[in-house]
Structures are given as C-alpha cells and as structure tokens.
Design a protein around this ligand. Structure first.
Ligand code: BGC
Length: 263
C-alpha cells in the first residue's frame, strides 16, 4: 500500500475560473490541498482573489491570482499564456465562472440574454478551447496523470431541470451539457477527459438570500430531499475526484451534486 496521505493532484496545475468566491474558491483550496499548483482567475474582486492565494500559500501550497474576463477571447488567451508562463503548462481546467440574472422572458432584453450566454456558455467554450490546445500540444506526462488533461465544467441541475424566470441561465447550462459531451467525444482519443458537475442549491454568492439569511437557508434545506443546502466544499470534493486518476475512465458525463434536488 502507498504511504498516506496521498496527494491526488501532485505535480499538476489547475486553472479555476471565477475562483475568488464560492465554488471556485473552495475548489482552488481543495485542489491545492491535493498538491496542485493553482491559478485563480477572477473578474474584478482582486482582494478576495488575493485572499484565496494567501490561504493556499500560508498552508505551503502554490497559487497565483490572474484577472481575466472569460467571456472575451483575447483575455482568455492571455489568461492561459500567463498560467503557462507561471507553471509551465496546465493539466486541469475548472470552468466555473458563471452568472445568473432572473427575468421573465417577456421582460428580458437582448443584452440580458446575451450576457448570461456569453459568460456561462461562450466562456466555457473559450476556456475549454485553450485548454484542449495546450493538452494536445503537451500530451501525457505519465508521472503526473494517466490523462493528457481534464476539464470540469461547473454546470447546474438546470442543465436539464427547467427554471421559470431563468431562461437565459437554463439555456446556457443546457448548452454546456452538449458542448461538454461533444468536446468529450472529440477529445477522448487524445486522452483528454471532459465532464460536468451539476450542483443544486449551494451556499454561494450566486444565492445571496441563502448566504445571508439562516432562516431562508433552513427553509430551502427542508425542501431538498437530503434536507440541507450544499456547501461549496461538496462541489470541490467532486471536482477533485473528476480531476484525479481515480476517475480515469469517466468522460462525457454530468455528476449531479445536489442532495437529490434534481429528483
Ligand atoms: C443556481 C442556484 C439555485 C440552484 C438550484 C443553481 O444552478 O445557481 O441559484 O439555487 O441552481 O435551483
């Protein structure tokens, strides 16, 4: 038996988009704990992004914070260039950055539709494209992983569960599902694995009410089959597994982490 504790992502570099807060933050910390060098992409909250790098560095890990708007092609290219300059390559992409903007369809402007699609869906495409390019160029490094690279899309139970007043969001997440599956099919022969995680209700800033209001959280928790709201760490643990060789035969699938909410 190997010596414990075994760091499952040792020697690998993980880029996590939208990692200043919420699921991205927890995933960056968890991946660093498993031995990965992490790159924390953030849009505007530099103080929080630096806080995450500090937590990781104080614990002896490696982390860098990089500002980029993942819905912009040039910024995504620069983001990947900076990550590769810092760590030599990238092995894991967690495409996490996402937004939602509640509106009835008949009240929704084209701009409100497009913004959500641009960040959630086009942002996933832009980041995945750069990651696949790097994975293919580098190939497998047997000492770190059986795969040439791994992509984890943070989607939602709403990649298949409809949601009134969120047509822009559900369309983006439904789009991510088939984008993820098509890319997984295409990239599998290159030993690249691409999967999604479909979180349910998680205590993150995307849900300000359940973040701030313990009563509201408790009430929502009672409506979930597993009788609690999820923590960012619930998703981070699943992301670590999908990034590690423990899931080496898993590609093109969505892992729902929702306490049964989608049921
Ligand atoms: C949304 C949350 C929501 C959850 C369950 C997530 O995708 O971002 O706001 O609570 O789905 O409906």
């Amino acid at each position: 038996m190997e010596k414990l504790p075994f760091k499952r992502l040792k020697g690998q570099t993980a880029l996590i988009t939208g990692a200043a807060t919420g699921i991205g933050r927890a995933t960056a910390i968890q991946m660093a704990r498993e031995g990965a060098n992490v790159a924390i992409d953030y849009l505007s909250d530099s103080a929080r992004a630096r806080e995450v790098t500090k937590i990781i560095k104080d614990a002896g890990g490696k982390a860098v914070a990089i500002q980029a708007d993942i819905s912009r092609e040039e910024q995504v290219k620069t983001l990947f260039r900076k990550v590769i300059e810092t760590y030599g390559t990238v092995h894991i992409l967690v495409s996490n950055a996402g937004i939602q903007n509640e509106k009835a369809v008949d009240k929704m402007s084209l701009e409100e539709w497009q913004k959500v699609i641009n960040v959630n869906l086009t942002g996933t495409f832009l980041c995945a494209r750069e990651a696949i390019r790097e994975f293919k160029k580098r190939g497998i490094q047997e000492q770190v992983s059986r795969a040439a690279g791994k992509i984890i899309c943070i989607s939602s139970i709403h990649d298949q569960v409809p949601w009134a007043r969120h047509a822009n969001y559900t369309a983006s997440k439904g789009g991510i599902m088939l984008l993820m599956k098509s890319m997984a099919l295409e990239a599998a022969p290159h030993k690249i694995r691409i999967n999604s995680i479909g979180p349910g209700a998680i205590k993150t800033p995307i849900n300000p009410k359940i973040m701030k209001d313990a009563r509201a959280r408790e009430k929502l928790g009672q409506s979930i089959p597993y009788r609690r709201v999820g923590e960012p760490e619930d998703i981070a643990m699943a992301a670590v597994w999908l990034a590690s060789d423990e899931s080496d035969y898993v590609t093109g699938t969505t892992l729902y982490v929702d306490g049964g909410m989608g049921l």
